[in-house]
Structures are given as C-alpha cells and as structure tokens.
Ligand binder design. Structure first.
Ligand SMILES: [Zn+2]
Ligand SMILES: [Zn+2]
Length: 248
C-alpha cells in the first residue's frame, strides 16, 4: 500500500473527516438543495460533477429521491403528510431516527415520481450514479484504507457516511423545533444558529422556509450563510449562475 501513511495521531484522520464532511455539507446544500430542488442557482458542469460524484461516494443517495422527499416537506411542512416533521413524528424520533422516516418516505415510488420531476436524467446519472448506486461508498472505503490503513480508514469512512445523516437529522429535527424565527411562516421552522458554517448555511432553516426559491439563506446583518459565500465566489468566476433576485 504505497499511499498508506498511517497517521501518528488521530488529528490527521479527524481533519480529513471534517474537511470532507464540509464538502458533503456544501454538495448537499448547494447542489441537491438550492440548485436541483429549488432551482435557485445552476452550476457549471465541472462544479456539478464534483458535487454529484462526491455525494455518490459519501452518501449513495438517489438525487431524485432526496429532491422528492424535500419538495414534499415544503408542500406539507409540519402537516400530517410531511415525511419528517418533529411536530408530527416527535422531536427525538426525527433527531435520532430521521433516516428511517426518510427511507419510508422514498419507498413510495409514486411520491418520488410526483415530486421528483426535473432531476438530472443524463448518462452519468443513469449509467454510473444510479446503476452502481451502492458502489460509491465501497469505493470511498477503499480510498480511505489506501490513505489511512485498516484501522483509521474504516473509522474515517464511518465519519464521512454518517455526515449526511447528521445534516438531515439536525435540520429536520432541530430546524423545526429549537432556535429563533425571523418570519412567522405557517410551519414550525427555525433558524438554529445565526452563523451557518458547519452545515453550509442550512442552519438558517426558517429563512429558507420563508423564501424557498432564494439560494441566499441569510437575512439579517448578523447572519452568515457559508453556502452563499461559495455561490457568490463561483458566480464571480463564471462557474455558477443565480436564478433568483436575492434583493427582493
Ligand atoms: Zn423544513
Ligand atoms: Zn428546501
């Protein structure tokens, strides 16, 4: 194993989990959520490719299923039809068991077809990400073992694959229960904290429910949306195009 540099301390694999985890936050927030689900921004093909491929490696999720589940959540926020409302299912159930509510929701193929319209349907989606859907996380395991060996490799992998589940549980559980609100919308959505870095701005969930089409989640001067910083940076160099007037 020529690439195997067994780290002398746990700081190297931990840093690797945090950095790649942040890329999972970026990819899910920017690509899956703000771009494909709500169409507020489009990315140049190489940027989309990086985010899509990373999500395949680190989550093994179907884009169409995630998009459909999330659109249904916006269609019925905190109502009985909401796939993962803590108001309906219970706070602890969504915080610790959100992945099971998600899997139950996307098992409904009729729902996925109804709410999953307009998702990528290109060669890559059909012949790589979906055809070899479960391969991604195994390839990622192989990469981690090559990089970190048989002890740290699987530990890093576990941190990486749990990251997306962590995001979902925090946003869907806490983001509809605890925090503050800028807008009194017809649901229980909250801004968890004003500084959105760890999960790339998804912390500002009440702002998002108040205006789902906007790719900018911060509203107040003291709020910070890391995802919006990336979008603005990519826009400046011609790699992203905002489809929504954020000055409204
Ligand atoms: Zn929500
Ligand atoms: Zn949304």
């Amino acid at each position: 194993m020529i690439f195997n540099f067994v780290p002398e301390s746990f700081w190297i694999p931990l840093a690797f989990v945090l950095i790649t985890g942040h890329f999972t936050s970026i990819s899910s927030s920017l690509y899956l959520h703000r771009s494909i689900t709500h169409k507020g921004v489009v990315f140049a093909a190489p940027i989309s490719f990086l985010m899509r491929t990373w999500l395949w490696l680190a989550t093994g999720m179907s884009t169409k299923e995630w998009v459909a589940c999330h659109r249904k959540h916006h269609a019925f926020p905190d109502e009985p039809e909401d796939p993962h409302s803590p108001v309906q299912k219970g706070f602890w159930s969504v915080l610790f068991g959100g992945v099971f509510h998600y899997r139950k929701a996307v098992a409904d193929k009729e729902m996925v077809e109804k709410f999953g319209k307009g998702c990528p349907d290109d060669w890559l989606e059909n012949n790589v990400y979906m055809k070899y859907r479960s391969w991604g996380i195994y390839i990622l395991m192989g990469i981690n073992i090559l990089l970190f060996g048989f002890i740290w490799g699987p530990a890093v992998w576990l941190g990486q694959v749990l990251w997306m589940i962590f995001i979902g549980h925090v946003v869907n559980g806490i983001g509809h229960s605890l925090g503050y609100r800028n807008t009194e919308v017809d649901d229980h959505s909250t801004n968890i904290i004003p500084v959105g870095i760890l999960i790339a701005g998804e912390e500002l969930h009440n702002n998002h429910h108040a205006n789902p089409a906007s790719p900018k989640f911060s509203r107040k001067w003291y709020e910070f949306d890391m995802g919006w910083v990336y979008i603005k940076t990519l826009s400046m160099v011609g790699l992203a195009k905002v489809r929504y007037s954020t000055t409204k």
